[in-house]
Design a protein around this ligand. Sequence first.
Ligand code: TMP
Length: 208
Amino acid sequence: MGKFITFEGPEGAGKTTVLELLMKELTEANSDIVFTREPGGILIAEKIRDVILNKDHIEMDSRTEALLYAAARRQHLVEKVIPAINSGRNVFCDRFIDSSLAYQGYARGLGIDEVHSINEFAINGVMPDLTFYFKIDPKIGLERIAASSEREKNRLDLEDLTFHQKVQEGYEKVIERYPERIVIINAEKSIEEVVAEVKQVLKENQLI
Ligand code: TMP
């Protein structure tokens, strides 16, 4: 069985950039790791992603949003993550259930327990073996996004600083729940330092 590793954090924490660098380096070293993301990673979930993140969808209700993330999660797990793990490959996934707990459960105010319960139905017992949490001051994260011309702003990026501060508080509550699974990375350091730190933890856990 392969291992399921997830990467979490607020906007602008750099996790996607770190994953891209890791993918490049590890693919060149002939590693067999599956790199994927949520919401998305397969056709149906990418389509759900477009619906969720479309800037025109300002009417979207918070519960609808939470259910759509859970639906995309289910399909992605069944089509991509579970088959890869069953074939012995490790899966590195950009975001998973902790994002829903922090963003929809806490920041949107739906309740961490409530969002956890709809996700239990979706994941049916599949949880990450290890999670990296990229910790950054939300203000710095939003400044990084504003400064990045490459990144297209999505519906959640358009939320104000207060929302992103709540996301961070939500993640802190999630970390209290799962301290044994979540490794905290200081994402305010340079990308090179962050990549080195993540690799160190992956090596210690014999994941690369
Ligand atoms: P990304 O920008 O990291 O690709 O993530 C897309 C957005 O979706 C980001 O603002 C975080 C948000 N999100 C949730 O609110 N709940 C979730 O369950 C997931 C996976 C992402």
